[in-house]
Design a protein around this ligand. Structure first.
Ligand code: AMP
Length: 278
């Protein structure tokens, strides 16, 4: 991450492009800017994130840039998608580093609202079919929070394209369904999962892992990748993952042609998936 970040930064500095990124915190200002871009004929591409940016996020930014339109990154740790026992308060926040990363990556506009919901906010977007299994089972209300914030971010940014990672496969399908069902004029662009050298998918939550847990965690993608090549992959992965010390399987399921899983490693929950090959 560090090396890649500094390489990007050097490249951007050499091209004289630094200092061009706009930074907006105020939702009203964001919407005015989104409307201005639209009126000028631009079709902005949005990369919604919760910050603590890593190379997985950067791959989404690079893909957004390929659209040839202004790239907007949003950073907002959305309280609505966290359960009461989850890590909202502890979720990593690193505003200045993220700002520099976005600037170095050539982002045109960073939208980083302090708050998105009025105290008496009472309107939600609920997808009622794809949201309930898998992560929705152990995280009730999570996808309602995700769909609500994405709908709001699309309205604020006026994005015509929204880039999401396959890392959160269920989120991707819920958002696609919401966009279709509610006729948002937005094209969803998915990006394949980006992995660190040890195979672990990049995730802001990986920093919760101790070096020893991280070592053990590499069994997760290794087992899942092998399972995705087997016809009995789901059952096989369930057995193999449960066999790993300190692992507890939340689910292993096939969805969207991918073998998807969530495991607890001690108290840390990781998700991952691989396209099924058999
Ligand atoms: P987050 O900040 O975790 O909410 O993620 C923001 C976006 O980045 C979502 O669309 C995620 O699916 C995507 N993303 C996160 N990690 C990865 C990864 N390792 N590879 C590809 N996309 C990712």
């Amino acid at each position: 991450m560090e090396r890649r970040f500094y390489r990007l930064k050097e490249k951007v500095e050499a091209s004289g492009e630094t200092g061009r990124m706009r930074f907006i915190e105020d939702p009203e200002e964001m919407q005015a800017e989104g409307l201005r871009l639209r009126r000028g004929g631009a079709l902005p591409a949005l990369v919604p994130t919760m910050g603590a940016l890593h190379p997985g996020h950067l791959a989404l930014v690079q893909r957004a840039k390929e659209e040839g339109a202004p790239v907007i990154v949003s950073i907002y740790v959305n309280p609505l998608q966290f359960g009461p026992q989850e890590d909202f308060a502890a979720y990593p926040r690193q505003e200045e580093a993220d700002r520099q990363t976005c600037e170095a990556a050539g982002v045109d506009l960073l939208f980083s609202p302090r708050e998105l919901y009025a105290g008496d906010h009472s309107t939600y977007v609920t997808e009622e079919a794809l949201s309930f299994g898998r992560c929705g089972r152990s995280r009730p209300g999570h996808f309602r929070g995700v769909a609500t914030v994405v709908a709001k971010l699309l309205n604020l940014t006026q994005a015509a394209v929204a880039v999401f990672g396959w890392k959160d496969a269920q989120q991707l399908s819920v958002i696609r369904r919401m966009i279709r069902d509610l006729a948002f004029p937005v094209r969803v662009v998915p990006v394949e999962i980006q992995r660190d050298l040890d195979g672990l998918a990049w995730s802001s939550r990986n920093r919760y892992l101790s070096p020893e847990q991280r070592k053990r965690a590499t069994a997760f993608p290794r087992i899942l990748a092998e399972a995705a090549r087997r016809p009995d992959g789901r059952a096989w992965a369930t057995v193999e993952l449960n066999r790993m010390p300190g692992f507890r399987v939340d689910y292993v399921e096939v969805a969207d042609g991918r073998l998807c899983a969530a495991v607890w490693i001690d108290k840390i929950r990781l998700i991952d998936n691989f396209p099924c090959e058999s």
